[in-house]
Design a protein. Structure first.
Length: 130
């Protein structure tokens, strides 16, 4: 399935430096990025849906956004939509994609098993690493 592609983080754009250099190495968004990239969404229960028209957002990016919102006490889809446009951490995390609040809310509504399994996996990996 073809997904909308974000901009490469190393690409020079309007910023004086590349986007990747603007986020410190010990920032929590880098941890979220690694955690989601190493997760197997199919094993966690994600079902991809065929769509017509514009390509959908990659569920990995929407999951990263949801986890970021959860960690920073931003539960509202509208707030997360605004953060995608102004928060440099979120811009880095989802590669400058800007999903609207309906897309974010629909992802949350359509994937409750994925989200709960993802958080259960994060809790289990945290407990075993202590």
């Amino acid at each position: 399935m073809e997904y909308q592609q974000g901009q490469p983080r190393e690409q020079l754009t309007l910023y004086a430096t590349c986007l990747d250099d603007m986020i410190p190495q010990d920032n929590s968004v880098r941890l979220i990025d690694q955690f989601v990239n190493l997760s197997d969404l199919q094993a966690l229960g994600f079902q991809s849906k065929a769509t017509q028209g514009r390509p959908p957002y990659d569920p990995l990016n929407l999951l990263k956004l949801y986890i970021y919102g959860y960690m920073n006490r931003m539960r509202s889809s509208r707030i997360l939509e605004k953060e995608c446009q102004r928060n440099i951490e979120v811009i880095w995390l989802i590669k400058n994609l800007q999903p609207d609040h309906n897309t974010i809310a629909r992802f949350r509504k359509d994937n409750p098993k994925l989200l709960s399994a993802c958080f259960a996996k994060a809790c289990n990996s945290h407990v075993t690493s202590i």
